[in-house]
Design a protein around this ligand. Structure first.
Ligand code: F3S
Length: 62
């Protein structure tokens, strides 16, 4: 599983980081940064939760 964040859509809500800090970080401006585009084994569920719960729908799978 891979994830990407659309920088144009991210508004810095931070839900991704709160749910799955192993995959998402926030940069100095508070916007999401993907740490590992290939989601490590065992974190698919929380990564998918981040995809589903980002209020801006900024995160995509694949
Ligand atoms: Fe941005 Fe959505 Fe995360 S708005 S900080 S990608 S929850």
């Amino acid at each position: 599983m891979k994830v990407t964040v659309d920088e144009d859509r991210c508004r810095g809500h931070g839900v991704c980081w709160a749910l799955c800090p192993e995959v998402f970080d926030l940069n100095d401006d508070g916007y999401s940064e993907v740490l590992t585009p290939e989601v490590p084994a065992g974190f698919e569920e929380t990564a998918r939760a981040a995809v589903a719960q980002c209020p801006e729908r900024a995160i995509s799978e694949g």
